[in-house]
Write a new protein. Structure first.
Length: 232
């Protein structure tokens, strides 16, 4: 996760030498750690942020049209391939996938049956089935539901959704906002595999850059430009 934060930052570096150093170092760390989420993030996060930052460019729509047409023609094969990749993804570390799934089921069941609104308020150790790991420790949303209930989940979901919306708008004009958007997408992806709350001390640079992107203001049209425009 930390490696991916610095890879995203290195991609936006202006000096080629430091860009190559940063990307290479981050990729080495991500690959040697054998993290499955890191591999997904490598393929998804920055390309998605780049595409979102170019939605106001006609070239993106013209380039996406044949891709979407081809995807619709071969949708059945694509769905089958995605299912196979998902199966291989889960079987790469089968024990870990089993424990994560069991922790999620336990968290959701106890949240629904015992404390739906405000959660249990404390972290509890799971049973032997999940090797006594903490309930909700491998999933931010399940952890929020179990510990803080639906109120706690909304307290994260609403600001994250609003921040994604604002950064997507600002990324069309500011490279700094594109960095923040990429990092927020990374945190969203990792929220389904890790507990973001306990890892903030590791990815705090991402939080600063996300805040920096949100501080950027939309460009204000000068009065001279307003007066030169024809009345509608």
């Amino acid at each position: 996760m930390v490696a991916m934060v610095y890879v995203i930052c290195a991609i936006e570096e202006k000096q080629l030498k430091w860009k190559l150093v940063g990307i290479s170092a981050g990729l080495i760390v991500a690959l040697l750690s054998q993290s499955r989420l890191a591999l997904v993030a490598l393929a998804v996060v920055w390309p998605m942020a780049f595409a979102i930052s170019r939605v106001n460019k006609p070239a993106i729509w013209f380039a996406a049209a044949p891709v979407l047409l081809g995807a619709s023609l071969f949708s059945v094969n694509i769905v089958q391939n995605v299912a196979e990749v998902q199966s291989e993804f889960e079987s790469a570390r089968a024990d870990s996938s089993r424990v994560r799934a069991a922790l999620g089921r336990i968290a959701v069941h106890r949240w629904q049956e015992e404390a739906p609104w405000f959660g249990h308020g404390v972290v509890e150790r799971g049973p032997h089935l999940v090797e006594y790991m903490m309930i909700g420790s491998h999933h931010s949303w399940y952890g929020l539901l179990f510990v803080k209930g639906i109120i706690g989940l909304l307290a994260l979901a609403i600001p994250m959704a609003l921040s994604l919306f604002l950064l997507a708008q600002k990324a069309c004009r500011y490279p700094e906002a594109r960095v923040g958007l990429s990092l927020l997408l990374l945190l969203l992806l990792y929220s389904f595999g890790e507990n973001l709350e306990i890892l903030a001390y590791l990815y705090w640079p991402a939080l600063i850059l996300i805040g920096n992107g949100l501080r950027l203001r939309f460009p204000i049209i000068p009065e001279s430009d307003k007066q030169s425009r024809p009345a509608t």
